[in-house]
Design a binder for this molecule. Structure first.
Ligand SMILES: CC(C)(COP(=O)(O)OP(=O)(O)OC[C@H]1O[C@@H](n2cnc3c(N)ncnc32)[C@H](O)[C@@H]1OP(=O)(O)O)[C@@H](O)C(=O)NCCC(=O)NCCSC(=O)C[C@@H](O)CCCCCCCCCCCCC(=O)O
Length: 719
């Protein structure tokens, strides 16, 4: 857990050895305490160097230990003792120094960093704060404004930035450990008092209160309802106004409050869920660590609409040659100009050169005969997609993978028209595809494990969080969206307004309520799908009762909004009104209010006061209920996968953990009871009927979300 060696006859070299990230587990802390004691007591030792094995200094406290009772030597006294020691201690940072790892570096008297190292205090992203003196030492070292920015955002910084800020003493391109040993030898006998950061006075701006107020406002705006950044600000205030001995107590009090909060549990769950999601597994036994992906050097995109353009940019950014295909010259030229502009802006922002040389634009599918992989991103029309896949089958070499970016159509039906169904897979990107991190990899029943491995690995290469899902209408994300949207519109019928529903959801933590989100996405898309599926438009049987379809409740209000040409932001009118087409400032629209009133009176609906609690329960429990059905159907392998999809694709607030984790935090028994209650009140809404899996989990004593999988093992999987 920590190796102790004497090097150059007088330097104690302590190496943290806890792969993969040398986290400060209780065993590591124990070994470090022992090693430090040995170094400080050995008269041969004149200086100490601390480094991490395998080119990684330290990834911080062992987050897994937070779930159980705290054991082993506490970190704060251990770090205080390192700083107070009379022998110089040098941190040799390679790879990462994060969280407790950064705090360890802060107590060392000197810091050497490799030029590729990254440092940061990401605790805030885990719902806690840097509680091993980080909130007290960093402001003393680099001042309040810079420390506040790093601590409240959790941003990682490069070694070069750390040098500029005065956090590290030297950046090297050589082996940081060897440089640190030489540095340590030169530091022997130099006075250490000015190197003990906790003894420094925090440089305090004259307008401290005003500064803290501004940062508080910014934080509240950015992360509505999130506790950790606010606690970080309070801890930094303590560094400015209290001596270290008192400040560290304040830090610990604030940590205790956060540590025991549901938000910390949710955010730590998200950290592990994101990593779990990459570890896909199929019932056949094929999985992430036994299926080799193919190497993808070249790809083609069919269709240069919004999605296609974003996918081209993502591929080119990942260093893959891309051929982009359009059906008409004008569309090709427009798409080309937009892609080039997007890539140039992106490169400028990242300070790199745009990879335009990787791009080729063409009108001919014949140009795709040698590519490794094709992603079809044409209009969401099955007949059109089938034609494209048939054509690709003829044109592409037999080994080319054929992927579809459909957001919900049957991937297997597309595979069926090709000569290589095992090489067909869904790659469902989210709009805008070069920005959104989520990728649903849709496994058809005939997709081979190599095909799935390749799509997952390509997603990772593009910087996406990829989740393997089964093939059903809407897959995971969009299938779950339906009951959520339905509840929102039913609530409108019953007396709520779009702004009331949006506010309740935004207060819950969503960046945008459902109606603002729909206005942004465009209302015409859903309208077209509803028309195609016979729910609205001329194909609906006139004998059908207006508020019922296929024997269940149906709300035609979204169709009525579209019939007025209100398609959302792009037309300047939707559920809200905007200053102009393309405007983003949503204002309540009296015309929508009138429409709702007329609608209710036409159908003799007596509007009632609807509480925010009901809005949240009906929208979110219906969402989670569909998630349970998806688990039952084997469309998602684990609740973590569903949560990751909602966190990265649908703006579900991270501090709530995702719909499935949220349901577990509310209590499955309570979710079941509320769904039963609402289903009784609305028996014509099948989505409110509690799923058998939810009932089963409650009957099993509501086990923790991480163990639900054990209860669905026997069911049929579509993965
Ligand atoms: C380090 C990374 C950047 C590496 O990224 P990479 O992509 O290379 O790899 P992965 O992310 O896939 O990770 C590989 C593997 O490692 C696991 N892992 C990573 N980091 C940790 C970790 N810190 N702990 C445990 N496990 C970790 C990861 O899960 C993967 O495992 P798998 O099985 O899936 O292969 C990247 O991993 C990264 O960013 N890591 C997290 C870095 C981080 O956030 N660090 C901060 C940790 S929190 C911390 O350090 C807190 C400190 O301030 C110390 C606080 C001390 C106080 C302690 C408690 C006091 C409580 C008081 C309250 C009591 C009150 C009361 O009840 O009375």
């Amino acid at each position: 857990m920590a190796r102790y060696e004497l090097v150059k006859r007088s330097v104690a070299l302590i190496t943290l050895t806890n792969p993969p990230v040398n986290a400060l587990s209780s065993a590591v802390r124990h070994a470090m305490a022992k090693s430090m004691e040995q170094a400080l007591n050995d008269p041969k030792v004149t200086a100490v160097v601390i480094c991490g094995e395998n080119g990684r200094f330290c990834g911080g406290a062992d987050i897994r230990e937070f779930a159980g009772p705290l054991r082993g030597p506490p970190l704060v006294p251990l770090l205080d003792a390192i700083e107070a020691g009379e022998k110089p201690v040098v941190a040799a940072i390679e790879g990462v120094a994060l969280g407790g790892g950064f705090e360890l570096a802060l107590v060392c008297h000197y810091c050497i960093a490799h030029f590729k190292a990254r440092l940061g205090l990401p605790e805030v992203t885990l719902g806690i704060l840097p509680a091993a003196g980080g909130t007290q030492r960093l402001p003393r070292l680099i001042g309040i404004p810079a420390a506040l920015e790093l601590i409240t955002t959790g941003r990682h910084i490069s070694a070069q930035e750390a040098l500029k800020l005065g956090i590290v003493d030297q950046v090297t391109e050589q082996n940081a450990c060897e440089v640190a040993v030489e540095f340590a030898l030169r530091a022997v006998a130099k006075p250490l008092s000015s190197r003990r950061v906790s003894m420094l006075t925090t440089p305090c701006p004259p307008d401290l209160d005003a500064l803290l107020e501004v940062v508080t406002m910014e934080v509240k705006k950015k992360a509505r309802g999130v506790m950790a950044p606010l606690a970080c600000i309070q801890a930094v205030r303590a560094a400015a106004t209290m001596p270290y001995s008192k400040g560290i107590k304040r830090e610990s009090e604030l940590m205790a409050t956060l540590f025991n909060s549901g938000q910390a549990r949710a955010l730590q769950y998200c950290f592990f869920a994101q990593r779990t999601a990459g570890k896909w597994t199929l019932p056949s036994g094929a999985q992430w660590n036994n299926s080799k992906p193919r190497e993808i050097r070249s790809a083609a995109i069919i269709g240069l609409g919004t999605m296609g353009r974003g996918i081209v940019v993502s591929l080119a950014r990942a260093g893959i040659s891309v051929i982009a295909v359009e059906s008409e010259k004008k569309l090709l030229e427009t798409g080309k100009q937009m892609v080039i502009g997007m890539l140039e802006r992106d490169a400028k922002r990242r300070g790199v050169s745009a990879s335009l040389n990787l791009l080729k634009f063409t009108l001919s599918l014949q140009d795709l005969k040698d590519v490794d992989l094709v992603i079809e991103a044409v209009f969401e029309d099955m007949a059109l997609k089938k034609r494209v896949f048939q054509e690709l089958s003829k044109v592409c070499r037999p080994a080319t993978l054929l992927c579809t970016n459909t957001s919900g159509l049957d991937v297997d039906a597309l595979a069926g028209v090709t000569d290589r169904p095992h090489l067909v897979v869904g790659m469902h990107f989210f709009s805008p595809a070069h920005v959104m991190k989520l990728l649903e990899v849709v496994c058809g029943p005939r997709s081979s494990s190599e095909t799935i491995a390749t799509a997952m690995s390509l997603g990772k290469r593009m910087g996406k969080v990829s989740v393997a899902v089964g093939n059903c209408p809407g897959f995971v994300g969009n299938r779950m969206l339906k009951p959520y949207l339905d509840q929102a519109t039913f609530l409108l019928e019953e007396g709520a307004t779009p702004e009331q529903i949006d506010k309740a959801l935004e207060d819950f933590g969503f960046a945008m309520g459902v109606f603002r989100m729909s206005d942004l996405a465009g209302l015409d898309v859903g309208w077209r799908i509803r028309k195609e599926s016979g729910l609205t438009g001329p194909d609906v049987d006139p004998k059908n009762p207006p508020r019922r379809r296929h024997g269940r409740r149906y709300c035609p209000i979204p169709d009525m909004v579209c019939e007025q040409g209100r398609f959302g932001q792009k037309t300047g009118r939707g559920w809200y009104m905007y200053d102009k087409p393309g405007g983003t400032n949503a204002k309540p629209d009296p015309l929508i209010q009138n429409l709702l009133e007329m609608y209710r009176s036409r159908y003799a609906i007596q509007p009632r006061n609807i509480s925010d609690k009901e809005i949240i329960e009906r929208c979110l429990f219906a969402l989670a209920n569909e998630g349970f059905r998806i688990l039952e159907d084997g469309i998602a392998a684990r609740p973590e996968d569903i949560d990751v999809i909602y966190l990265f694709g649908y703006g579900f607030p991270r501090h709530r953990g995702g719909p499935m984790f949220y349901a577990s935090m509310v209590g499955l028994e309570r979710v079941l009871e509320r769904l039963e209650h609402y289903h009784q009140a609305h028996p014509d809404v099948p989505h409110l009927e509690p799923s058998p899996l939810l009932k089963k989990l409650v009957a099993c004593g509501s086990p923790s979300v991480q163990t639900w999988r054990e209860h669905i093992k026997t069911m049929h999987s579509h993965l």
